[in-house]
Design a protein around this ligand. Structure first.
Ligand SMILES: Nc1nc2c(c(=O)[nH]1)N[C@H]1C(S)=C(S)[C@@H](COP(=O)(O)O)O[C@H]1N2
Ligand SMILES: [Mo]
Length: 227
């Protein structure tokens, strides 16, 4: 997975890929685990169907957590945009910071309310890079080799951001620090941790979980867990 991506140079990955966990999540997808059959498309409830509220914040990833020193960190935004960029850490943190409040909904059935985020909004990024009219999809790449995909209009929602802070503190490394994506209206697998590349494309490119049985969209109120 990593290795095919030159952006991953110089990054120490600690931990082992959790092959068993990946297989069991794939099996859940095949079996349609956790589906209630009671979609809530009008958001009558704050808690989406089949979810349980938790007060802690579980850590979920493929098992290899990159340790990125600020001087090595960068974020590339490229593809079908007028102005591709390559931000270093000082450049990225000099962009306008905004604050956001949102709930997390993980496909493994936990939800965590009232997360306070700080970071750079997707709208600010769109204003800078200016997607071309042909751009329809967004693909996220992370330092651990993870990928995930959303439609451009999903990325452009007003509460989507690249978060550097959570509850007033720098985002912890195990939750994707220094910078992760936050897409509050979708299951959390769409919110790539340790982001290092955002690619705008005409065609859709399903990501790590999307090719392993997860839904291509991911609306929790429609129970778009598996597809
Ligand atoms: N880079 C990266 N981002 C990732 C993942 C991953 O393995 N690597 N896992 C996804 C999944 S499946 C979930 S549920 C959330 C978990 O985020 P958390 O550990 O902060 O709760 O991160 C998502 N983003
Ligand atoms: Mo997940």
């Amino acid at each position: 997975m990593a290795g095919e991506d030159d952006d991953n140079d110089h990054t120490a990955l600690t931990g082992q890929i959790k092959e068993k966990l990946i297989r069991s999540k794939q099996l859940w997808a095949e079996q349609g685990r956790l589906l209630t059959g009671h979609a809530d498309p009008r958001h009558a409830n704050r808690l989406p169907p089949g979810q349980k509220e938790v007060k802690n914040w579980p850590v979920l990833d493929l098992g290899r957590q990159p340790d990125i020193r600020p001087e090595k960190w960068h974020l590339r935004v490229r593809g079908l945009v007028e102005n591709p960029v390559l931000w270093t850490w000082p450049e990225f943190t000099a962009l306008a910071q905004e604050e956001f409040e949102s709930d997390i909904h993980c496909v493994t059935a936990w939800s965590r309310y009232d997360n306070h985020w700080c970071g750079v909004s997707s709208r600010a990024i769109l204003d800078i890079v200016k997607p071309k009219p042909e751009a329809r999809h967004v693909e996220f790449h992370a330092y651990d080799g993870y990928t995930t995909n959303v439609k451009l209009e999903v990325f452009a929602e007003p509460d989507v951001l690249l978060a550097t802070h959570w509850d007033g503190k720098p985002l912890p490394r195990d939750h994707g620090g220094p910078v992760r994506v936050v897409i509050p209206h979708w299951y959390f697998w769409k919110s790539a941790k340790w982001i290092n590349r955002i690619e705008f494309t005409a065609e859709d490119r399903p990501g790590f979980w999307e090719v392993r049985g997860y839904h291509n969209e991911g609306d929790p109120w429609k129970e778009e867990r598996y597809g």
